[in-house]
Design a binder for this molecule. Structure first.
Ligand SMILES: *[C@@H]1O[C@H](CO)[C@@H](O)[C@H](O)[C@H]1NC(C)=O
Ligand SMILES: *[C@@H]1O[C@H](CO)[C@@H](O)[C@H](O)[C@H]1NC(C)=O
Length: 373
């Protein structure tokens, strides 16, 4: 797919062609991520919610808006990596059998600029279609087209059950040489997007940063990080970083209950030490806390956690010795009419530091915060 912005279009077409040619190289052969001399810049795209109400004008219009937000942020910031923080699609509103179509559109702005990315699941990505009840009224004509019967299935499948996490992720990984995403260990399924990425030092082949991605559930199963995921994190971090020498940052979609503990009261001013620009709603946390936050707090190497999910919050607040941050609602899909943007995370290797800010669609930048120095 091509880029949607004129200026980058030619370059993007070239990259898209090269990416298509690189299709056959399996994900395991990706080049390791590495710090540049200037550091590593990561853009967080949260809650894009592609594919809503495709049978109306406003659905496709808001998808075009999301394309524009990502193009503006990518062209202004030129990040080294994009993290898609879940809810790439609103699957419960997709009257088509295969959500990968919209998932693919969500990552295309990044792919066509040749920028690598990593994804985690949100609570909307694998939901089954919710039939609008007014389609069954006298005036309502269901506009869905059920797929025709296939050789493997003699009757047409018109259930729109939602595309399972494994199918979404497998088609992303197989189709994209720039994807650093993973299906995670099988013993953690149905929780799928659990994996760690190492970022190598600018100078040597040693890791200088570890990024952990977790699936915080929702959709086809409860909104939780399970104790099995906590054990996986503990054994991974012990294995990759036994003496805690390497700084670590964490990404998932739904805020943990710890976010609610440090949150400024909804609709109140955001005061130091918290930093942000919108505080318009209560934290909507996971359903339970089964040890993930304790596991993080007990590792001095863990510096910050980044989540999406709450479109009306964009703050960072300290919690124990680490920072809990919301991203910024990036997509024009999903609830809320606050201006769209993206949280940027700039990491320096030597001396180590993490700076973050929010870049808006219109180019303005705000909410600078130091998360580690
Ligand atoms: C869904 O579409 C993707 C491409 O967008 C494709 O790779 C995948 O095989 C499709 N899945 C099914 C079940 O048809
Ligand atoms: C950009 O959008 C912000 C809202 O996020 C607004 O406060 C600001 O005035 C806008 N700036 C420009 C130059 O349009």
């Amino acid at each position: 797919m091509r880029c949607w912005r004129r200026r980058a279009a030619a370059a993007c077409l070239f990259v898209a062609l090269s990416a298509a040619l690189a299709l056959r190289s399996p994900a395991e052969h990706r080049r390791p991520l590495r710090f540049a001399s200037g550091g590593l810049k990561v853009a967080l795209f949260a809650d894009l919610h592609y594919g809503e109400n495709a049978w109306t004008d406003w659905g496709p219009a808001q998808d075009a808006g999301s394309d524009r937000v990502m193009a503006a942020v990518l062209d202004a910031e030129k990040p080294d990596l994009v993290v898609y923080l879940g809810d790439l699609v609103t699957a419960n509103n997709l009257g088509i059998p295969n959500a990968s179509l919209y998932w693919d559109r969500a990552i295309s702005a990044t792919r066509c600029r040749g920028i690598p990315w990593a994804t985690v699941f949100g609570n909307h990505d694998d939901m089954p279609f919710e039939w609008p009840s007014d389609w069954f009224s006298p005036a309502g004509v269901p506009p869905v087209h059920c797929p025709p019967p296939s050789p493997s299935m003699s009757v047409s499948d018109c259930s729109f059950r939602g595309t399972p996490r494994l199918e979404l992720m497998t088609s992303e990984i197989n189709g994209n040489g720039l994807s650093y995403s993973s299906n995670g260990p099988q013993d953690l399924w149905p929780s799928v997007s659990n994996y760690a990425l190492q970022v190598l030092s600018h100078k040597q082949d040693d890791p200088a940063l570890l990024m952990y991605f977790l699936d915080s559930g929702g959709g086809s199963y409860p909104q939780v990080i399970s104790s099995a995921q906590v054990q996986w994190f503990q054994s991974q971090s012990q294995f990759l970083n036994p003496n805690g020498r390497i700084p670590e940052i964490i990404f998932w979609h739904i805020p943990s209950t710890a976010y609610a503990k440090v949150a400024p009261k909804a609709k109140s001013e955001i005061r130091k030490p918290c930093v942000g620009s919108i505080n318009m709603e209560d934290v909507q946390p996971q359903e339970a806390e089964w040890g993930m936050m304790d596991a993080l707090v007990n590792r001095a190497s863990v510096k910050a956690v980044f989540v999406g999910h709450n479109h009306g919050l964009d703050w960072c607040c300290p919690y124990e010795k680490l920072w809990l941050c919301f991203a910024r609602h990036t997509g024009h899909g999903g609830y809320g009419s606050w201006p769209r943007g993206a949280r940027i995370v700039q990491i320096a290797e030597e001396p180590f530091s993490i700076q973050s800010w929010i870049r808006m669609e219109n180019g303005t930048k705000h909410s600078d915060v130091t998360l580690s120095s």
